[in-house]
Write a protein that binds this ligand. Structure first.
Ligand code: ATP
Ligand code: MG
Length: 334
C-alpha cells in the first residue's frame, strides 16, 4: 500500500524553492488518489535556535502556506510534528540504530554546522534520524522532496533496512525519494552555486511567498547574472549557474521546457528577460500571498486544523510505534 509523507521546517518564510521543489508537488500528489501526510516539522526547526514567538508565527504561517497553495486538510493530513509524540520517540529508537559513520557523511550537517561544528547542537547532527522516524512512523513508501534531501531519504532507507535486519523482520518499508518536476533545486538569487534557503541570512537571496509584487520585481532585478546575453541553446547555460537558475525558474513557472524558454529569449539581455520573469512569478504567487494573509487573520482556525490533523496523524503513528517497541523487546503493559 502506498503512502506519501513529507515535511517542511517552520524556520522562516517559505521560498520559491520550497514552493516549486516541494509544496506544489505535494498538492499534485494529493490529487493522485494516494494517502498523503504533510507535516510542519517544528522539532527539526529547533535544531537551530528559534525565537519562541517567531516559531509559533512561522508554524501557523507555514500551515497557511500549505493551504493557500492548494493543500486540502480534509483530503490530506496536515499537522505540526511536535503534537504527535511518536516522531520524537521513534527518533530515539532510530538514534540507536543509525551509525555514527552514516551521520558523518551527511552534507547538510556540514553545510549548516559550518566551520565550527563543535558549536552545533546534537539535534542538528541527529536530524536525519528524526527525519527517518517522521517517514517511517507512518510506514510511508514515497517521500516527495527537493534534490537537497535525497541523501536524508536514502539514510532513512538505510535505517529501515538495518532495523529490519537487526531484528529479523520486514517491519519498515524502504521509502523512496520522489524528486521530480522542473525545479528540484532552485538556487540563491545572489549565488548560483548555493541552494535558495529560507534560513539564508540574505533576504535578497530568495523570493518569499509573502513578498509583494514590488519586492519580487526588485529581487529579480537585483539577482546576480553574468554580463552575457541569454545563449541560443540550453547547452550555452553550462558554466553560467545564475543564468541557468533564472531560466530554470522561468521554465518551472511557465510550464515550458528550458529549450522553449531559450528559443523565446535567445540573444536577449537580462534587462529584458528579468521583467518577464518577475511578471510570471507575481502572477503565480500573488493569489497565494493573498490567500495566506486571509488565513492568517484567523490563527485559531489554523490551530484547529493542525490539532485535527495531529489527531488523525497520531492514530496512524501510535500503532506503528507500538509495533516497533514490541519488535525491539520493550515491555508494554498498557
Ligand atoms: P532551511 O534553510 O531552514 O533548511 P529550506 O528552504 O532548506 O530551509 P526545508 O524546510 O529544509 O527548507 O525543506 C523543505 C522542502 O523544500 C524539502 O523537500 C526540500 O528538499 C525542499 N527545498 C528546499 N530548498 C529548495 C530549493 N532551493 N529548491 C527546491 N527544493 C527545495
Ligand atoms: Mg533545508
Amino acid at each position: 500500500k502506498h503512502r506519501v509523507f513529507s515535511g517542511i521546517q517552520p524556520s522562516g518564510n517559505l521560498t520559491l524553492g520550497n514552493y516549486l521543489g516541494a509544496v506544489k508537488r505535494f498538492v499534485e500528489m494529493q490529487d493522485s488518489g494516494i494517502e498523503t501526510i504533510y507535516c510542519v516539522v517544528d522539532l527539526h526547526a529547533i535544531t537551530v535556535w528559534q525565537d519562541p514567538e517567531k516559531l509559533r508565527h512561522a508554524t501557523r504561517e507555514l500551515a497557511a502556506a500549505y493551504i493557500a497553495c492548494g493543500l486540502d486538510p480534509t483530503r490530506s493530513i496536515l499537522f505540526n510534528q511536535s503534537q504527535v509524540s511518536a516522531h520524537a520517540e521513534l527518533g530515539w529508537l532510530f538514534n540507536c540504530v543509525a551509525r555514527l559513520g552514516w551521520m558523518n557523511r551527511m552534507t547538510q550537517f556540514k553545510d549548516k554546522a559550518g566551520k565550527n561544528a563543535e558549536k552545533a547542537s546534537l539535534g542538528l547532527y541527529a536530524y536525519p534520524s528524526l527525519m527517518a522516524a517522521d517517514i517511517l512512523t507512518y510506514q510511508a513508501t514515497h517521500v516527495p522532496v527537493g534534490e537537497d534531501q535525497k541523501q536524508h531519504v536514502e539514510l532513512a532507507r538505510d535505517i529501515a533496512g538495518k532495523f529490519n535486519h537487526d531484528y529479523g523482520t520486514e517491519y519498515f518499508p524502504l521509502p523512496e525519494p520522489i524528486i521530480e518536476g522542473a525545479a528540484t533545486r532552485v538556487m540563491s538569487l545572489r549565488d548560483g552555486t548555493k541552494k535558495m534557503s529560507k534560513s539564508d541570512p540574505s533576504d535578497l537571496s530568495r523570493i518569499n511567498l509573502t513578498d509583494d509584487a514590488d519586492t519580487i520585481a526588485k529581487k529579480i532585478k537585483k539577482a546576480k547574472t553574468d554580463p552575457e546575453p541569454l545563449p541560443d541553446s540550453v547547452d550555452g547555460l553550462d558554466g553560467r549557474p545564475e543564468a541557468k537558475n533564472l531560466v530554470s525558474i522561468y521554465a518551472a513557472l511557465s510550464g515550458k521546457s528550458k529549450a522553449d524558454v531559450i528559443a523565446e529569449f535567445a540573444g536577449q539581455q537580462f534587462g529584458a528577460f528579468k521583467p518577464a520573469l518577475a511578471d510570471l512569478a507575481v502572477a503565480e504567487l500573488s493569489p497565494i500571498t493573498a490567500r495566506m494573509s486571509d488565513l492568517m487573520a484567523d490563527p485559531a482556525e489554523i490551530d484547529r486544523i493542525l490539532g485535527d490533523g495531529a489527531d488523525r496523524a497520531a492514530a496512524l503513528a501510535e500503532p506503528v510505534l507500538a509495533g516497533a517497541k514490541d519488535v525491539m523487546g520493550f515491555v508494554r503493559s498498557r
